[in-house]
Write a protein that binds this ligand. Structure first.
Ligand code: NAG
Ligand code: NAG
Length: 349
């Protein structure tokens, strides 16, 4: 016997378990869109201009809102997080929209210039994605109160624990976005196999609010060659040596690019009804998915593209951030140029 209430609940539960995955960073052509025989494709993979050719990519706007007000990112540290690792991730988040005084100290190419591409996305009210991304309050769950194995839906429970905490709960106002960061020993459904991170929105039935959130895992122990590429390289890509990570931490430096990926998509597609390609909103291709593995001019396939090298440490990076930090972040799709773009591009700005 059909019961529409039960059916609706089931649909809601099924949808809740299909967050938007970032199956990113695999050092092989991630989408069918690549065509190694196309003009401009190198032996290592398609160039960004091919990757970005507008005939192949049908990014569409689906009438929903983008995040146009100040986006306050609240990190939730799940599992054991050493202070040095937290500092690196906080520095990245603070680099997205630094104070004018701080911004004056950061040489180009900058993290905030990288975010400018995300700001090109607008919604039907003609509002752009916000320039203001703030580091909000934080919550720690070092003892892993939901266990060391989490389903996708459990991530919402972790958010719920943080906003419903008896002491210093995280705010749940408009503009809040939650970033659940799991330590290396935490297993998350589809981690490494299909996803390095995902974003979605919380359900009133679980969290009490409808607010955007993302999860990103530290892959250091499980699959750095998948989720922290190019700081770790799979055995089947011979002749390619891992790049040195700019903050000296393979897992965390790899996470920074996944965090960037998720925040770009969370801002441009917060309720899964704004900007994505493909006809199925449950499995959309979003603005960062289109540029997976591309960090510089010429990137594609297993080739990262042209990177910068830190003269002191030999580390690879492509953007500068707050506190003298350097980071490597993947490019995102530029809706005006109709190809993948980043502030370190050598042939366009
Ligand atoms: C790949 O590109 C070449 C050259 O532009 C074209 O002839 C060929 O049809 C393309 N193949 C696919 C599968 O799109
Ligand atoms: C807002 O988006 C439009 C359309 O992409 C773009 O032309 C404009 O420059 C954007 N504004 C800002 C401040 O980024």
């Amino acid at each position: 016997m059909r019961h529409p209430g039960v059916l609706l609940l089931l649909v809601a539960l099924v949808l809740a378990t299909i967050p938007l995955l970032a199956a990113a960073w695999r050092p092989w052509p991630p989408t069918a869109a690549r065509n190694a025989t196309a003009p401009g494709a190198s032996a290592l993979g398609a160039s960004k201009k091919f990757e970005g050719s507008s005939e192949l990519v049908k990014l569409q706007y689906h009438m929903g809102p983008v995040l146009s007000g100040t986006i306050t990112v609240h990190p939730i540290w799940y599992g054991a997080w050493p202070a040095a690792q937290k500092r690196t991730i906080r520095a990245f988040l603070r680099s997205l929209s630094p104070s004018p005084a701080e911004a004056a100290r950061i040489p180009p190419p900058t993290v905030s210039a990288w975010w400018r591409t995300v700001r090109l996305y607008t919604d039907q009210t003609a509002a752009n994605v916000s320039a203001a991304v703030a580091l909000g309050r934080e919550k720690s769950d070092a003892r892993m109160s939901r266990g060391a194995r989490l389903s996708r839906l459990d991530i919402q429970a972790v958010v719920r624990d943080a906003v419903a905490a008896r002491t210093r709960p995280l705010p749940a106002d408009s503009g809040a976005a939650y970033l659940v960061l799991t330590a290396p020993d935490v297993a998350v459904q589809d981690f490494c196999g299909q996803a390095c991170g995902f974003h979605y929105f919380t359900f009133p039935s679980v969290v009490g609010y409808t607010l955007p959130y993302a999860w990103v895992g530290n892959s250091a122990r499980r699959c750095p060659e998948v989720c922290a590429y190019p700081f770790a390289v799979p055995a089947y890509v011979p002749s390619r040596r891992p790049q040195a990570p700019p903050n000296g931490d393979v897992g965390v430096d790899g996470m920074v690019s996944v965090i960037a990926h998720e925040l770009a998509e969370l801002a441009s597609n917060p309720l899964a009804n704004a900007w994505y390609a493909g006809s199925d909103p449950s499995f959309p291709t979003e603005i960062a998915d289109l540029c997976e593995g591309i960090y510089g001019t010429g990137g594609g396939g297993a080739y990262t593209g042209q990177l910068l090298t830190d003269a002191r440490s030999g580390a690879s990076y492509n953007v500068n951030g707050a506190g003298g930090r350097k980071f490597l972040v993947q490019w995102v799709w530029d809706p005006v140029l109709s190809y993948c773009s980043g502030p370190n591009a050598l042939d366009h700005q």
